[in-house]
Write a protein that binds this ligand. Structure first.
Ligand SMILES: Cc1cc2nc3c(=O)[nH]c(=O)nc-3n(C[C@H](O)[C@H](O)[C@H](O)COP(=O)(O)OP(=O)(O)OC[C@H]3O[C@@H](n4cnc5c(N)ncnc54)[C@H](O)[C@@H]3O)c2cc1C
Length: 453
């Protein structure tokens, strides 16, 4: 599939997915590509703070960056995290490793730096034009146009729609405009929990905590987490109910914020020197799952990344899922006869996987804020690792399938994970003694061998 300069491919949104898609399609030799973004050029301006400053990157995202030839450039931005460092109320910490092999780590990466690097790479190519400060207002398939507003001049204008890939994120204006004109239907399931980011600066030129872990203060109904940054700081994120006795609404002044933190996260308080000021100044962000159907309008337009399937961030997979979309679309390009069949086949392949990771991400919230503290959970988690050691080609814990085994589609990880959790329940004994003969029988009967990576 190629386009010519008279009819470039439009990519609306030069965020993580849009910029990587630009690089991927450019390397494929697709012809002219035009990227649009409402923001100013991030190569010339500072990233806005207070919005998911760093992200967890895992194998699926890495595979997509490798596919786009970007991994070596991105590597210096990455900080390995080998497990969850759990902080209890007394300040005691314990590490729950993510996997059992040295390479089973996830990485913290700065959103702004990663996005800038992808944009720089896309911009290097003469076939790619990037237009910043251009807000897409709507897609109109009937008139075959995309409508924009230039944020500098205020002027509104239209460009030819076909073909367009909309990567304008969770709040996609393209998606909303298509829903408003009945080209697709959308359901946005908002969580009743919001998030707020806070900073943990270095202390005497050193990270304030172990930088090779994702820190979690799980407190049942809510949690604080912190991911390391390359400048030796951490970005902490509080996930908390919007309303109720323990909620953002209840933390309306500095006094209540400080008291809440001293009670719930006493060891974190000295690490966040500007706690109350940042708490007042930083916005609270909303979290939700987007269900849109279909993701496409004929061969004119396709939604991709968060615009199609935004998820809650608790599996650290939204970016990786969006990046995986780019690889899947790219791998189908040479086989497709036209845009319409390409977009239809993309949706057929990706939808079950998007739905599966959306479900697993929601389930992981309960796990992170609550069940990590449950002795039964900890026991079954360690039994799962033991079963993986004994039956490595059949039993891989669900978390590891999602994070470290990109060859296993999300939908298959969800399905196998359900079978495995039943096996774990049948084997679990409070005294920790496991009948491994029974384990072998159940694993062999219920789990087919996995295809090696
Ligand atoms: C708090 C939080 C933590 C997260 N943590 C993780 C994590 O640890 N790991 C992970 O993998 N994922 C994480 N995610 C999810 C991840 O941020 C998204 O899945 C990812 O950014 C999706 O990429 P995208 O390109 O589809 O959307 P975005 O990155 O949101 O990019 C959208 C782009 O479109 C532009 N745009 C928006 N509207 C318009 C418009 N009308 N016209 C033109 N341009 C427009 C925006 O300026 C932006 O550049 C997290 C999300 C949140 C909210």
């Amino acid at each position: 599939m190629r386009t010519d300069s008279d009819q470039p491919i439009n990519i609306v949104g030069a965020g993580l997915a849009g910029a990587l898609l630009g690089v991927t399609l450019m390397r494929h030799g697709c012809g002219a590509i035009r990227l649009w973004d409402r923001r100013p050029d991030p190569r010339r301006t500072r990233m806005e703070r207070g919005r998911s400053i760093n992200l967890a990157l895992a194998a699926r995202g890495i595979r997509a960056l490798e596919h786009a030839g970007m991994m070596e450039k991105v590597r210096p931005l990455l900080i390995p995290m080998r497990g969850r460092m759990i902080h209890d109320r007394s300040g005691a910490t314990s590490l729950q490793p993510y996997g059992q092999r040295d390479e089973e780590v996830i990485y913290s990466v700065g959103r702004g730096e990663l996005n800038k690097m992808l944009i720089e790479e896309a911009a290097r190519h003469q076939d790619v034009t990037i237009r910043f400060n251009q807000t897409c207002l709507a897609a109109d398939p009937t008139q075959n146009v995309l409508r924009f507003r230039n944020e500098v001049s205020g002027a509104q204008y239209s460009v030819e729609l076909t073909p367009t890939i909309a990567t304008d994120g969770a709040g996609s204006a393209v998606r909303s405009s298509l829903a408003a004109t009945n080209f697709l239907s959308v359901r946005e399931d908002w969580l009743d929990h919001d998030y707020k980011e806070l900073s943990i600066p270095p202390v005497d030129g050193r990270p304030a905590m172990d930088p090779n872990a994702l820190h979690i203060w799980p407190r049942g109904g809510f949690m604080l987490i912190a991911l390391p940054n390359t400048d030796l700081s951490f970005t902490a994120t509080l996930f908390l109910a919007r309303r109720g006795p323990r909620s953002f609404a209840a933390l309306s002044d500095s006094q209540s914020v400080l008291e809440f933190f001293l009670e719930e996260f006493p060891d974190a308080v000295p690490l966040i020197p500007n706690l109350t000021a940042e708490f007042q100044a930083h916005p609270a962000g909303q979290l939700g799952t987007v269900h849109a159907a279909p993701w496409r309008v004929g061969g004119q337009l396709l939604l991709l990344g968060d615009a199609a399937h935004a998820i809650v961030p608790f599996h650290g997979q939204g970016m990786s899922a969006a990046f995986e979309d780019c690889v899947v679309l790219d791998s189908m390009l040479d086989r497709a006869d036209d845009w319409q069949s390409l977009f239809a086949e993309f949706e057929r392949l990706r939808r079950p996987n998007a739905e599966a990771i959306a479900q697993m991400a929601l389930e992981n919230y309960t796990e992170m804020r609550d069940t990590v503290l449950d002795p039964g959970f900890v026991r079954r988690k360690s039994l799962a690792l033991e079963l993986e050691r004994r039956f490595p080609n059949r039993f891989i814990p669900r978390y590891a399938m999602v994070m470290f085994h990109p060859q296993i589609p999300y939908a298959e990880a969800l399905r196998r994970g359900g079978v495995q959790s039943q096996i774990l329940l049948e084997l679990d004994r409070p005294d920790g003694n496991t009948d491994f003969a029974l384990a072998g029988k159940l694993v062999n009967e219920r789990l087919t061998p996995l295809v090696p990576a």
